[in-house]
Write a protein that binds this ligand. Structure first.
Ligand code: SF4
Length: 64
């Protein structure tokens, strides 16, 4: 099973770190980071895992 990735919109404050690190998975919508449509199964991507570690507000969630 692939690891799921999501962003908690209540925690994200739009720093842009995730979009910078993994632009194929994350994008900006209304100045906040979101997971691109169809990319929610990208949690095993090392760039996504690094983005989750480096998100300054711990808004990126990885779940099995
Ligand atoms: S790195 Fe975190 S706070 Fe910054 S845009 Fe992405 S989810 Fe939001």
């Amino acid at each position: 099973m692939s690891t799921k990735v999501s962003i908690d919109p209540n925690l994200c404050y739009g720093s842009g770190e995730c979009v910078h690190r993994a632009p194929s998975v994350f994008e900006f919508v209304d100045e906040y980071g979101v997971v691109r449509p169809g990319r929610a199964d990208s949690g095993d991507d090392p760039r996504v895992q690094e983005a989750a570690e480096k998100c300054p507000s711990q808004a990126i969630l990885l779940t099995e």
